[in-house]
Design a protein around this ligand. Sequence first.
Ligand SMILES: CC(C)(COP(=O)(O)OP(=O)(O)OC[C@H]1O[C@@H](n2cnc3c(N)ncnc32)[C@H](O)[C@@H]1OP(=O)(O)O)[C@@H](O)C(=O)NCCC(=O)NCCS
Length: 177
Amino acid sequence: MDDESTRSKSAVVIRLLREEDSLEALTGLLHRAYKALADIGLRFLATWQDVEITRQRIAEGTCFVAVIDDAIIGTITFKMPHAGHGVPWLARPDVGNISQLAVEPAFQNQGIGGRLMRHAEEYAQGRGLAELASDTSEQARHLIAWYERLGYRGVDFVQWEIVNYRSVVMSKSVTTG
Ligand SMILES: CC(C)(COP(=O)(O)OP(=O)(O)OC[C@H]1O[C@@H](n2cnc3c(N)ncnc32)[C@H](O)[C@@H]1OP(=O)(O)O)[C@@H](O)C(=O)NCCC(=O)NCCS
């Protein structure tokens, strides 16, 4: 017989963002999730971005949401390789990357973030990519360690103009066999 935690885990569904999903709600989720980073002085874009920026960032890729009982409690945006940002690793034609990764604070530490990452990895693999990358503040040791536990390794550094920290680019092979 299922216990409550098993039922709650199995009820989380990852799906594409839909037209009718509220970007206001999604932006609120990003702010709540990233607040802990703002509180330690790291001004990630998602700590303060408005709805229009959320919309623009989603338009750069494919946005997935984690949903439980019709409520969005997590999100990740996958982006195909693209040049123009001056980061050689991210410009590689076989390296996708993710952004706007967040899980509602009350639902963190239940494996949902890991599921969102695996979903993006499978999506990248399905598009013939060799690697999936993400980047985070080099000061966010806990996030770097989290990515490392998921199999990511540091491959580069980048200083985005819009944030107040240097970022480390983390990447993982998504090819099998
Ligand atoms: C980073 C973030 C997305 C991770 O999401 P999450 O859902 O908490 O991630 P997970 O639950 O998969 O992993 C967190 C921990 O919970 C553990 N965990 C996984 N399943 C679990 C379960 N069923 N029960 C208890 N713990 C579990 C994981 O092992 C992991 O432990 P670790 O940190 O020691 O590796 C989330 O913390 C977040 O939104 N942070 C703020 C925004 C942010 O930092 N975004 C990334 C910017 S680069």
